[in-house]
Design a protein around this ligand. Structure first.
Ligand code: C2O
Ligand code: CU
Length: 543
């Protein structure tokens, strides 16, 4: 099988993705970075040199399972030490499954500074015929949100007392471009005539069918994406074929990817908007736009205003899409019929020493200074808390509609050790935050695996009742899934990938505030670790 080599230099550059100048973390001078295009079965090699001068880096390959290469997952503190300024680290991994994936920084809140991009894995030669749908052309869309203040300022604000919340994004980006209103920007920082911030244009030919691969790496925002006048047929989610269903607007959370098909069957003498809008939180950000262009139309913006999207608080619209996303009938991979272990995780907002945190079963996650993979493989005592975090909460009595009765949490870097090969169910329960009448959507992402999505509900999960309602017939496999406001989501996976794997909310600020856990499985099966991952904490020296 072919090996694809990439050389990436990571550096800060002045960029104006939404016409406003800002320092961005770039790959070879670009943000977003280049799309990695590969074919199923390829090996991808990315040689990363850190030219940030004053900042570490690590890059995660989101949706790639890293079977046999757990040290290449790119998760700082979990699978590797960070890459220091001036250092080089080479990621080598197989892309064993076709689909739409992504990559992004996984160090502090660095992802939101611009280090992100897409990975497109085509079906193996001849495999396209095996795809359960047909199309004439393909376009890629990477959705993002963007702030004008720095990542460091955001992170410091989140850790301050009182908290300085990141606030709503200044712009929404499509393929790294947005359009801030320069009259609202500081003098001399904004230039609306830059091509760097001109709306992206996607060409279509009348009568043809297009596959749009749509990926979201927002820091915060849940999005509603639509292509004006063109209903979308959803055919892929996180690298798995979906039983097709049609939407006018697609709900997409950070960490998710979808493929949709559209037919270019509208009036070819005009153009149409692609529009991205914030949902799930009261929006304070203008619509992100791009243009769908027919050949007969003038090279000018569409004559209509951009679609405003669904009502931001129409939770049931988003819930219904979650439930509708099941496996394509010809591509069902049935889940194991039962779990060996069930972990119930109550997601709450809490306080530690006056700081606002997120916690699971009242434990807020913090990353250890020595990566777990190295600490466990080398038996480095004292590298992290050896006590396992709780895997239950008082589910019969906890009132998810009330503020946490005891907002005080503890923080820990303990992890869950899973028996190799066992089947694990995780139920994520959402609840009221520290403010009255407030619960948000959290997109949870699992490293190293795809999981079956067995069920969703709104309200309190009851382990005596709800498992009987699970979809064991045709559940979709995904790597990121939404937990809706006051809702629960149940998922199942097989702990059969030796390594240490993060599982966390994909909202950058939430993970930073402790909304995550870590699983270990089959550590004894992990082969010799590359010494390059060991430059920090108790791992120093590599021995
Ligand atoms: Cu895309 Cu741990 O994240
Ligand atoms: Cu969250």
């Amino acid at each position: 099988a072919a090996t694809l080599h990439h050389e990436w230099e990571i550096s800060y550059q002045f960029k104006s993705p939404d016409c406003v100048r800002k320092l961005a973390v770039t790959i070879n001078g670009q943000t977003p970075g280049p799309t990695i295009r590969a074919t199923q079965g390829n090996t991808v090699v990315v040689r990363v040199s850190n030219s940030l001068l004053t900042e570490n880096v690590a890059i995660h390959w989101h949706g790639i399972r890293q079977i046999g290469t757990p040290w290449a997952d790119g998760t700082e503190g979990v699978t590797q030490c960070p890459i220091l300024p001036g250092d080089v680290f080479t990621y080598t991994f197989a892309v064993d499954h076709p689909g739409t994936y992504m990559y992004h920084a996984h160090y502090g809140m660095q992802r939101s500074a611009g280090l992100n991009g897409m990975i497109v894995v085509a079906a193996a030669p001849g495999g396209r015929a095996a795809e359960p749908f047909a199309y004439d052309g393909e376009h890629d869309i990477l959705l993002n949100d963007w702030w004008h203040n720095s990542t460091q300022e955001q992170a410091t604000g989140l850790a301050s007392v009182p908290i300085r919340w990141v606030g709503e994004p200044h712009s929404l980006l499509i393929n790294g471009r947005g359009n801030f209103n320069c009259s609202a920007a500081a003098a001399g920082t904004c230039d609306a005539t830059l091509t760097e911030c001109a709306a992206p244009v996607f060409d279509v030919v009348p009568g043809k069918t297009y596959r749009f691969r749509i990926a979201s790496l927002t820091s915060l925002s849940a999005l509603n994406f639509e292509i004006e006048g063109h209903p979308m047929t959803v055919v892929e989610a996180d690298g798995h074929y979906v039983k097709p269903f049609v939407v006018d607007s697609l709900s997409i959370y950070s960490g998710e990817t979808y493929s949709v098909l559209i037919k270019a069957d509208q009036d070819p003498n005009r153009n149409y908007w692609l529009a991205s809008n914030v949902v799930g939180r009261q929006p304070g950000t203008p619509t992100g736009t791009a243009v769908l262009s027919y050949p007969g139309a003038p090279r000018s913006p569409p004559p209509t205003p951009p679609p405003a999207g669904r009502a931001w608080n129409d939770t049931m619209y988003r819930f219904r899409q979650s439930v509708a996303t099941v496996a394509h009938p010809a591509h069902v991979e049935p889940p194991p019929p039962r779990a060996d272990r069930t972990i119930l995780l109550l997601n709450t907002q809490n306080k530690i020493d006056g700081r606002i945190k997120w916690a699971l079963n009242n434990v807020s996650f913090r990353l250890p200074h020595t990566p777990y993979l190295v600490a466990m493989k080398r038996g480095l005592a004292g590298a992290f808390d050896q006590r396992p975090p709780p895997e239950k909460y008082a589910h019969q009595t906890y009132d998810i509609y009330a503020k946490p009765p005891n907002p005080n949490a503890t923080s820990s870097d303990g992890l869950y050790r899973l028996r190799f090969g066992s089947v694990v169910d995780v139920v994520l329960q959402n609840a009221n935050m520290l403010d009255d009448n407030r619960s948000e959507t959290h997109p949870w992402h699992l490293h190293g695996h795809d999981f079956w999505v067995l069920g969703y509900g709104i309200g309190r999960f009851d382990p005596a009742v709800h498992p009987a309602t699970y979809n064991l017939r045709d559940p979709i496999l995904k790597n990121t899934v939404a937990v809706h406001p006051y809702g629960w989501t149940a998922l199942r996976f097989k702990a059969d990938n030796p390594g240490v794997w993060a599982f966390h909310c994909h909202i950058e600020a939430h993970f930073f505030m402790g909304m995550g856990i870590v699983f270990e499985e089959g550590i004894e099966r992990v082969t010799e670790l590359p010494p390059e991952i060991m430059g920090c904490g108790k791992a120093k020296g590599g021995h």
